[in-house]
Structure formats: structure tokens, C-alpha cells
Design a protein around this ligand. Structure first.
Ligand SMILES: [Zn+2]
Ligand SMILES: [Zn+2]
Length: 171
């Protein structure tokens, strides 16, 4: 998302956009977060105070049952953009990620990196389709949420002997 500071008035302004943010999913495949971005920008002198609210949704696979599942990620961040004056040179370096110096003569700033990083840190390593997902049977691979396990019941001669004992004792 490119923000054109030249187009902003000195009052508080809202800027909204929808963007697809690419990221590498846990399986290594490229995925996209459909993200709604709402910026509140306050201009004070040559500084812009930006509060960003991010609301994203993407489809991934449940960590347990591997079925496609939708996941929401909501987060926000704040940055301050300062216009460097002509006499401070082309670029001032700030050690603070949340303070950006815009080189003199430039009015556009990309928020892509901030948006990406703030979404990514809020995606859990393991996403489940529901809190009580039963997952897949490690034996037959059945999705235990809506399938019966197809594994043949294991027959253990020792249990058979015990069962026989039980049957005879209850007669
Ligand atoms: Zn699941
Ligand atoms: Zn099974």
C-alpha cells in the first residue's frame, strides 16, 4: 500500500484499502491474506502519525485434519513519518522501525513491509478448523471429524484369553 502524503490534509484523515498480502504458508506454498487496511493519519507540522488497523482472512489447512479452513487475523500498528528537511540531506537514518524519515522531495511511502510483518507475527504456527478437531487417524487416515476409523480392530491373543475368562466367569 502506497500512501501519498501530499494528498493528505492537515486534519485527521481516514484512508482505507483492500490488498492481497502474499506470504509463505507453513507447508512452504505461497498463500494470500485478503486484508482490509484502515489508516488514521494525523498530520502535525511535517510529521504524520499513522495508526493502521488490519483485518485479514485467508484459507489454509487445518494442522490436524488437513481440511481447508479459514483463519482471521486482526492487528494494528502505529508509525510516524517525518519529512526530512532539505538541509538534513537525502536520508536520515533512524534506528527505530516505527519512525520513518522520508527523503526531501518525496511524498509517497510504502507501508507494505509494516503491513506484512504485522500480519505475519500474528499468524499462529498451528491453525485448527475448530478447537475440538479430532484430526486424522494415523492408521487409516480417516478424517475422524466425519468418518469412522477404518482400521481393523487389533486382535491380541492375550486379550482374547482374558475375554474368554470373563465370559465364562459371568455365566
Ligand atoms: Zn481440523
Ligand atoms: Zn483408523
Amino acid at each position: 500500500m502506497i500512501l501519498d502524503l501530499e494528498k493528505l490534509s492537515s486534519d485527521t484523515q481516514l484512508v482505507a484499502a483492500d490488498e492481497a498480502v502474499r506470504f509463505d504458508d507453513v507447508d512452504g506454498a505461497e498463500n494470500r491474506i485478503n486484508c482490509h487496511i484502515e489508516l488514521t493519519v494525523r498530520k502535525i507540522a511535517e510529521s504524520f502519525f499513522i495508526h493502521a488497523d488490519l483485518s485479514g482472512v485467508f484459507t489454509t489447512r487445518c494442522h490436524k485434519c488437513l481440511e481447508p479452513t479459514e483463519h482471521r487475523v486482526e492487528t494494528s500498528f502505529e508509525i510516524v513519518v517525518k519529512k526530512a528537511s532539505a538541509d538534513t540531506g537525502a536520508r536520515e537514518v533512524s534506528g527505530d522501525d516505527d519512525l520513518i524519515y522520508l527523503p526531501a522531495g518525496e511524498d509517497q511511502i510504502s507501508l507494505d513491509q509494516h503491513i506484512y510483518e504485522n500480519l505475519i507475527v500474528n499468524i499462529p504456527m498451528q491453525i485448527f478448523c475448530s478447537d475440538d478437531c479430532k484430526g486424522l487417524c494415523p492408521g487409516c487416515g480417516a478424517n475422524l471429524n466425519h468418518e469412522e476409523c477404518k482400521c481393523a480392530p487389533e486382535s491380541d491373543p492375550r486379550w482374547d484369553a482374558l475375554r474368554k475368562l470373563k465370559d465364562t466367569s459371568s455365566e
